[in-house]
Design a protein around this ligand. Structure first.
Ligand code: PTJ
Length: 260
């Protein structure tokens, strides 16, 4: 694949594309991963390829809820692992919560490949400098992050077949779940089970965006870096979070950009 010049105005987007293409070749992603990514790209383009004020507020709210949770978990699928896996491992380390690999198009082969991939990401993150404003033994804390998902010993009540499979120690037990690029049905069921579901989705019109407790309408790797800052900082949750109003604000931004 051709080298992307440093000066290219859409360099980050092209690098993400390259990451998705290479991860597909390596068998980490679902067949439809590129379609999902392309849809995300289109919305990101309309959003101006930057974190909006409302997205930042949703990230802050999500950070506060994850910090208040008794059993938080970060669920990652194929696209999320390759685009934002390392950043979300940093977040999990600060929160001292597990990462659960939970994939929609579940095959044992993909699960094993993703497990090895995320395990290597964890090792690499453990060797990094500790994040700014965070105190403690970074290497030990990162290596203590559990990577769940392979054990398949939990079930999501209300879902049938492979979609119901989860980890008993992860999603089944969790009270607050951060789940980027979630599917609408599962999001609805998780909310109906009384869990707080924090979704990341560039499409403010998707069913999952509408069903979630808090929707972060932002690109997953961009938001993950900011989420790390907010889980380290002292943040408090809003007295009342109006997710519909937040989604309307993202739609207003898209419409404004389209009319420029
Ligand atoms: O790894 P698996 O098997 O769990 O499969 C993952 C995909 C993403 C292929 C699967 O969940 C899927 O098909 O998802 P959908 O139904 O296409 O939904 C993906 C949603 O994520 C769409 O609404 C996109 O706009 C959004 N999206 C895509 N890329 C990004 C994104 N949102 C945030 N950041 C992105 N990079």
């Amino acid at each position: 694949m051709a080298k992307i010049p440093q000066s290219h105005p859409r360099r980050k987007s092209l690098i993400s594309r390259k990451t998705i293409v290479e991860a597909t070749k390596n068998g980490l992603l679902a067949d439809s991963a590129m379609i999902a990514h392309g849809r995300g790209e289109a919305f990101d383009y309309l959003l101006g390829e930057k974190t909006s004020d409302i997205a930042e507020l949703s990230i802050k709210e999500s950070a506060a809820r994850l910090k208040l949770a008794k059993n938080p978990v970060i669920s990652i699928n194929g696209n999320t692992a390759v685009l934002a896996g390392k950043a979300l491992i940093r977040v999990a380390a600060v929160l001292q919560c597990p990462i659960e690999i939970n994939i929609y198009y579940r095959t044992e082969e993909r699960m094993e490949k993703l497990y090895d991939f995320v395990k290597l990401q964890r090792l690499n993150v453990s060797k990094e400098e500790k994040p700014k404003n965070w105190a403690g033994n970074w290497e030990k804390t990162v290596m203590a992050v559990k990577i769940l998902g392979r054990e398949e010993d939990g079930r999501i009540e209300g879902l049938e077949g492979p979609r119901s499979i989860c980890s008993a120690e992860g999603i089944e037990k969790a009270d607050v779940i951060l789940v980027p690029l979630e599917d609408g049905d599962r999001c609805e069921v998780l909310v109906s089970l009384g869990k707080e579901v924090l979704v990341v989705d560039l499409n403010p019109l998707s069913r999952s965006a509408k069903m979630a407790t808090v929707t972060i309408v932002d690109e997953v790797s961009r938001m993950a870096d900011l989420l790390l800052e907010y889980v380290i900082a002292n943040t408090s949750k809003e007295a009342q979070w109006d997710n519909d109003a937040a989604l309307k604000e993202s739609l207003r931004i898209i419409s404004n950009n389209a009319n420029k």
